[in-house]
Design a protein around this ligand. Structure first.
Ligand code: SAM
Ligand code: SF4
Length: 335
């Protein structure tokens, strides 16, 4: 591979070292905030990047300073061959941190293998601990399987972050029960502002549960809550309560207050490069790959794309060309 070894930098001087790679757009749940009940129109298999194509892109990016990879989707475990693929990614020189985001339904039989290959941290989506509400939120009755994954992950020693999307009239009564998990488990519970990536674009009329309101709710229950120091590229505002084993985080995903330190690059399952969650794709990597681009040309294309990166999610959204306002399903992006 030809690489000048220089760290990938964007036009605002931000180093880019964290790849979020969606391995599929398919999913076995139908989360209310992510896709409609009938699902989304899935891409034909030939439109998805092959594992070999993805591995090649990761190798090229690793040569440009990307050292952290998160596997996401859709639901990663609905794609056959996920674990051997992840093992190959774990073995790429320069990849120091391999993580996974999963809904946990199919995950528990593989926790030992994830640990063995060096997966450091798993983000598990869990919006409620109430079985009936889980069924309403995800349109599937799979809470027991997700909880099994949760406990297996804790037992394995893999770091666990729980992602709860906070939705008006759906699960705000679950904020406290989810926060209470931090009293007894060494887990990070992250409360996420809902974004309009629901596959419909409609229904997103009122947005009332922003990060400030979520924090107020937490303070009501835990007056002793204190702010923790956040990492350099953190998207979550971290909080702790004295005596708790775990911590809490609030992700202002819709308010977009964290863009200034963004170090992320996203590749969708069909090989579209996104330099921001809110853009509608800036480069067709699948076409480049299948047209026979060399490693050097792909590296040049990555660098070129980051030379005109939006400064934040608002600018990226304003510059969307093809799809109008945000409406695509998060399942096609990976979160
Ligand atoms: N299927 C896996 C899962 O749910 O964990 C991985 C993909 S999912 C798209 C990644 C993350 O995006 C999940 O934590 C999910 O809660 C979050 N997400 C999906 N739609 C969202 C939305 N409209 N607003 C905020 N977060 C969303
Ligand atoms: Fe599937 Fe994850 Fe979207 Fe839920 S959030 S429908 S689990 S991709």
């Amino acid at each position: 591979m030809i690489s000048n070894g220089a760290t990938l930098l964007d036009n605002h001087g931000r180093p880019v070292n964290y790849l979020r790679l969606a391995v599929t757009d398919r999913c076995n749940l139908r989360c209310f905030y992510c896709m409609p009940e009938e699902g989304i129109k899935y891409l034909p298999k030939s439109a998805l990047l092959t594992y070999e194509e993805m591995e090649r892109l990761v190798r090229i990016l690793a040569g440009m300073g990307v050292n952290k990879v998160r596997i996401t989707g859709g639901e990663p475990f609905v794609r056959n061959g996920l674990l051997p693929f992840m093992e190959r990614i774990a073995g790429i020189a320069g990849i120091e941190d391999l993580n996974l985001t999963t809904n946990g339904v199919l995950t528990f039989p593989y926790v030992k293998e994830l640990k063995a290959m060096g997966v450091r941290s798993v983000n598990l989506s869990l919006d409620t601990l109430d079985r009936a509400r889980f069924r309403v939120m995800t349109r599937r009755d799979e809470l027991p399987a997700v909880l099994k994954t949760f406990h297996q992950l804790l037992d394995s020693g893999i770091e666990v972050k729980l992602n709860m999307v906070v939705m008006e009239n759906k699960n705000t009564q679950d904020i406290l029960p989810m926060a209470q998990l931090t009293e007894i488990y060494p887990v990070s519970v992250r409360f996420i502002e809902e974004m309009p990536f629901n596959g419909e674009g409609v229904r997103f009329g009122q947005f009332t549960w922003n990060y400030r309101r979520i924090l107020e709710e937490l303070i009501t229950h835990y007056p002793a809550i204190n702010k923790l120091a956040d990492g350099a590229n953190a998207t979550a505002y971290g909080y702790g309560v004295p005596g708790h084993k775990g911590t809490m985080g609030i992700i202002a995903a819709y308010s977009r207050s964290f863009c200034g330190t963004c170090n992320r690059i996203r590749i969708t399952a069909q090989g579209i490069l996104k330099t921001c969650l809110y853009d509608d794709g800036v480069l067709d990597l699948r076409k480049l790959l299948r047209d026979g681009a060399s490693d050097g040309q792909l590296e040049g294309a990555f660098r070129g794309a980051f030379r005109s990166r939006a400064k934040d999610g608002f600018e990226a959204e304003a510059h969307r060309l093809s799809q109008g306002p945000v409406s695509e399903s998060m399942s096609t992006i990976g979160g």
